[in-house]
Design a binder for this molecule. Sequence first.
Ligand code: 5RP
Length: 219
Amino acid sequence: MSQKYNAALGAYELISKNNGPIVLGIGTGSTTDFFTKEFLPKLREKLNGIYSSSDKTTNLLKNLGFRVHDYSPEAVIDIYVDGADEVDKNFNLIKGGGGAHTNEKRLAKIADHFICIVDESKIVQTLGNFPLPIEIDVHQSDQALSELKKYAKNITKRESLSDNKNFLYDLHKLKILEPLKIENQILMINGVVDVGIFAIDKPQTVIIGGDSSYKLMES
Ligand code: 5RP
């Protein structure tokens, strides 16, 4: 089985130990899709609700016969399961390769426990080799971009809008030595809806899928 599959298996085995009922938040991406397709149906009896981080994940969940709750800031989520584009040794993440980081972060923020599932290629010494995704309000993009140029010379715009109908940009070749500080600084910029650094709302458990099994790291 693939490393992504094994990471998803790790999340399943960890969640299986919980007696339930559990409310889950489900992230976006190919690793999370393994969890949703292969393992979530086996947890059906334990589930007391599901929140989704994107339109894509919602469609997948509905196709599998799950009911998806509408997000509300008062929602209670026991466990949030999601992948990542990069993970450093302190469990800081870059997310948003799939453009869903804003809605992913709001689920991670309210969840009691965040399980991050990744293959070995996602583990890095320093965040920033993966282009950093930023969601920007379509009405304030010029202002935000002139501020963001202080962080990266090369900024590219994605063709598609986010699920929230905002622009998605990627900042290339950053060396993010202080993820928490950079996350906070970028969040202060007018027009920035959210940035793909997860240093404030980072996972408590990272499951790294290997070729034949997985490794669990807890903070
Ligand atoms: C989507 C994400 C994904 O979790 C991230 O891009 C990893 O994706 P994959 O599991 O396909 O490698 O943040 O916004």
